[in-house]
Design a protein around this ligand. Sequence first.
Ligand SMILES: [Zn+2]
Length: 170
Amino acid sequence: MIRLTPKKVDEVFLDVLGEEGMPLIRAMRKKDNLSEFRLATLLKLDVKRVRNLLYKLSNHNLVGFTRKKDKEKGWYIYYWSLLTDQIKYQYVRSKKEQLARLKDRLDREGREHFFFCPQKCVTLDFDQATDFEFHCPECGEIVSLEAGKEHLPAIKKKIEEIEKELKKEK
Ligand SMILES: [Zn+2]
């Protein structure tokens, strides 16, 4: 079983809402059943913006609502709360997506040959490097292939970490 630390829970919300949605999460953690109007006031945001964020969370089953009819105005007011039981599912899903992106990147960059200036002026693909006769067009240094592969082991390590974590869930 994957144990979700508060940091991992935050990663899920960040993945769904981005940084701008985090004040909403903090407000909803303090209190359940807040109306979108109350949330808009608390966050000093337009109510449409708040709704937009709530719908994003709703699409990932991370919030629920109850609604009550406003007797005077005749319309429904929605009261929102965070749903925590779906967070782990979302966490696993976002990790799987991240894993796919990293694997794709490793595959692509491991296969293609990029050439890097040792002074870090430019990155060239094979055709460009050939055009410049394997010299940096900015500073004239000889471009190198190996320097560009230094980050690939880190990607590979990250892939292994995620795979190991996801295995716990099976
Ligand atoms: Zn250079």
